[in-house]
Design a binder for this molecule. Structure first.
Ligand SMILES: [Zn+2]
Ligand SMILES: [Zn+2]
Length: 349
């Protein structure tokens, strides 16, 4: 098959790669129809870290991509919820499907859980075909969903919901979203949906601030004065729920000064190994800090009805479109933030 393959930092190539084979009886093979690139893919693209993995020239090649939708073309004997011909989206990561954590629905607590397309362990779906283990828990029917909605449900929208709700937003409360990539923009929309009275949205890119402002947010550019501006905007009390949606070092460091006493800060961006938070700021303001990786599957029961009923729009997030053969350029553009790029779709045919 043809696939986008990691050949080293900033070196994603469209090239032939061995076809996937059913790896277990609970696996399915998808023929991929569409996929997208995620901000977390850029850690790999930059040769940085994801967890303990540092991506370098000597990293073995693998198919990239954890946001993809397609059609089931082969299903193992232990797959009961899906059959050949079903159109599906896949969660960005999965577990074994047989341990206690997987069987009780906490796939991300499985010791074998991993995202697709971050190494040879679980090949990615920016490819013509991909093997999906634990298919019954990892796939979801795309009936009634658009391609863009389906792609967002593979990770971005789920991660936005997970990260935002872990910041404990309250009806009538205040929310700040730091980092206005697609996840941050969706979080702004969700924060209003969950009853926030005010949403502060922070990003260095003006076009991204404009998108958040259109959703009703009060927007700020980051800078040394950000804490002071937010304090002024909140009558000196700070923000009750702060959600950091980028993982950028400067953004991570900007969060704690914004949080109100007894407030909550939630982190979902992939940190570098030396990223740290100030313990005195946490201690003396009684801040609750949460971080974690989204169990995408567990967000679907909340999000799919909101998408289907039109309560979440998540519109205008896909700015550019490519074919799989143009994958290297898709990564370059997405990384450059040029041309107002927010999120890209890649067609596989
Ligand atoms: Zn992602
Ligand atoms: Zn498991």
């Amino acid at each position: 098959m043809q696939a986008l393959v990691f050949n080293g930092p900033r070196d994603i190539r469209y090239e032939s790669y061995p076809d996937p084979e059913l790896r277990s009886a609970n696996s399915a093979i998808l023929k991929v129809e569409s996929c997208s690139i995620c901000g977390s893919d850029l850690h790999m693209y930059h040769g940085a870290h994801i967890g303990k993995t540092q991506y370098g020239e000597d990293t073995p090649n693998f198919c990239v991509g954890h946001e993809f939708i397609g059609e089931v073309v082969e299903a193992g004997s232990d797959v009961h919820g899906f059959k050949v011909g079903d159109k599906v989206l896949a969660a960005g990561g999965t577990g074994c499907g047989t341990c206690q954590q997987c069987l009780t629905g906490n796939v991300w607590s499985c010791r074998k859980s991993t995202a697709f397309g971050l190494g040879t362990e679980l090949q990615g779906g920016q490819a013509e075909y991909v093997n999906v283990p634990n298919a019954d828990r990892t796939l979801y029917s795309t009936d009634g969903l658009t391609t863009e909605q389906s792609l967002l449900l593979t990770d971005g929208m789920a991660t936005a919901y997970f990260g935002l709700t872990r910041a404990d937003p309250q009806p009538g409360g205040t929310v700040a979203v730091v980092g206005l990539g697609p996840i941050g923009i969706i979080a702004v929309e969700l924060a209003f949906l969950l009853g926030a009275s005010k949403v502060f949205a922070i990003d260095p890119v003006a076009s991204r601030r404009e998108m958040a402002a259109k959703l009703g947010a009060t927007v700020f550019a980051p800078g040394p004065d950000l804490g002071g501006q937010i304090m002024q905007a909140t009558g000196g009390s700070g923000v009750q729920s702060v959600f950091e949606a980028s993982g950028a070092k400067g953004a991570i460091n900007s969060v704690l000064p914004l949080v109100a006493r007894q407030g909550t800060a939630s982190f979902i961006g992939i940190p570098e190994p030396d990223d740290a938070l100030s313990l005195p700021l946490i201690m003396f303001k009684n801040v609750t800090v949460r971080g974690g990786i989204c169990d995408v599957q567990n967000m679907w029961p909340h999000l799919v009805p909101l998408v289907q009923s039109g309560r979440i729009k998540a519109e205008g997030l896909f700015s550019h479109h490519f074919d799989l053969s143009e994958g290297a350029e898709a990564y370059r553009l997405f990384d450059s933030r040029e041309d107002g790029v927010t999120k890209v779709t890649i067609s596989v045919d």
